[in-house]
Design a protein around this ligand. Structure first.
Ligand code: G3I
Length: 395
């Protein structure tokens, strides 16, 4: 923290030159200072992809579209690659919105994180109602899942860098039974946990090159390693999948944080990422945002401390990722407060009571959080921060 303070404005230009944080200047032109460079450009030096979730409808807004196109080297579809949108009617796929998203990524040379093949939420009604009324049997359900993975992955084959194959498949300490973390959700209930290994094998059959990820929240750091430590459970699950030679290539930590909780240091986050990496998988921070419990009275005195705490959390995640060479991407779950899912979500205190979660405000002005990760990308370097190590897909 002190380092950042001493390198304030006066020294930035010199520092930029010193650490080579600046993009190569055109002949005769002074290199642009880091604060004038995009996250994408600054992250390139670390071979790190910096990304955002894209709300396809918001691309109609020129300001949204400009920032989404210029600041990020990877994008994730916030909703339009989910099952309910891709196959609203059984057997009839509708790729329209997903292809709009893919076209945006292609034009801007952005790598795509595919989200999401297997999750308990946002499933089409024909599927959940068929299972509920028994018209879809267990064997049929397994076949439908295999077909969905084959259909979607082969449709986007060669155009998706990372797939979230399975998402949010395990419990948390507060919704666990028998005092230990376990499997949860529609698929575990109807097919048993074996669907996880099957899903990775089916995805690999359809695309030999895409990196296949398990993605979850509340796995930002290890706890006590005991039966209610969700990160430890996911670690053991991935270890066992690797031992069974299941083609899992990565673990995504969503990192949905809130400034009302203690959260983590960069050291704790780097430790989590490095321990997963030692299992032979890559890691990624996949859905980063840091929401705030909005004060009754919003003044500078009540809001500014939140914005600075928020910046610390975004920065700790970025520093932790930079410190782990197998952490290959850092994606925010929406970049502006105006389009954040937190604006309508109820975290327990009522819809939208915890919000202001993004790195830009609702007028697309960069917040402390943006400046924090911009500075981390600009000032980081050897010996502790080295370029990313590429992950090869497991067969
Ligand atoms: O499409 C309908 C629209 O027709 C209808 O008029 C409108 C009004 O209700 O709802 C629209 O659907 C909404 C959908 O987003 C598309 O905007 C759903 O109500 C709303 O629940 C859904 O929320 C998404 C949420 O996943 C659903 O679980 C959020 O945008 C999205 O940010 C969020 O993302 C998840 C990740 O996929 C997985 N990890 C957690 C993350 C945050 O919950």
């Amino acid at each position: 923290m002190r380092l950042r303070a001493t390198l304030s404005a006066g020294l930035v230009a010199v520092a930029a030159l010193a650490i080579g944080g600046s993009a190569p200047a055109l002949a005769g032109q002074a290199p642009r200072p880091p604060q004038a460079q995009t996250l994408k450009a600054l992250a390139e030096r670390h071979k790190l992809a910096v990304g955002t979730a894209i709300d396809v409808a918001a691309l109609a807004d020129p300001s949204y579209r400009r920032i989404a196109a210029t600041e990020f080297s990877t994008v994730t579809a916030e909703n339009v690659m989910k099952w309910e949108t891709l196959e609203p009617v059984r057997g009839q796929y509708d790729w329209t919105q997903a292809e709009q998203f893919m076209a945006f990524a292609a034009v801007n040379h952005q790598r795509v994180r595919g989200h999401v093949l297997v999750w308990s939420n946002q499933l089409p009604a024909w599927l959940t109602e068929g299972v509920a009324d028994g018209s879809i049997t267990r064997a049929e359900l397994r076949g439908l899942l295999r077909n969905h993975i084959h259909n979607v992955v082969s449709h986007f084959k060669g155009r998706v860098w990372q797939w979230d194959v399975v998402n949010e498949a395990v419990t948390d300490s507060w919704d666990s039974t028998g005092g230990q973390i376990g499997y949860k959700g529609f698929w575990a209930t109807n097919l048993g946990p074996g669907y996880i290994a099957d899903s990775f094998r089916w995805a690999r059959e359809a695309d030999p090159k895409a990196l296949l990820f398990y993605n979850d929240y509340n796995i930002d750091a290890f706890g006590d390693g005991g039966p209610l430590d969700k990160t430890q459970f996911v670690y053991d699950m991935v270890r066992d999948l690797r031992r069974a030679r299941v083609p899992i290539d990565g673990v995504g930590s969503q990192a949905h944080l809130s400034t009302r909780y203690g959260n983590y240091s960069a050291f704790q986050i780097a430790d989590m990422l490095n321990r997963f990496a030692r299992l032979g998988v890559a890691t990624a921070l996949t859905e980063v945002d840091v929401r705030n419990l909005l004060p009754e009275v919003q003044t500078g005195d009540t809001i500014n401390p939140l914005l600075q705490a928020q910046a610390y959390d975004y920065g700790a995640l970025m520093q932790g990722c930079l410190a782990s060479r197998h952490c290959i991407s850092y994606t925010v779950w929406g970049f502006d407060d105006g389009h954040s899912w937190t604006n309508t979500w109820d975290f327990g205190d009522g819809p939208g009571r915890e919000a202001m979660a993004a790195i830009y405000d609702a007028q697309y002005q960069p917040k402390h959080a943006y400046r924090a990760i911009q500075a981390d990308l600009a000032f980081a370097g050897p010996p502790l921060v080295q370029p990313r190590l590429p992950q090869r897909p497991h067969r």
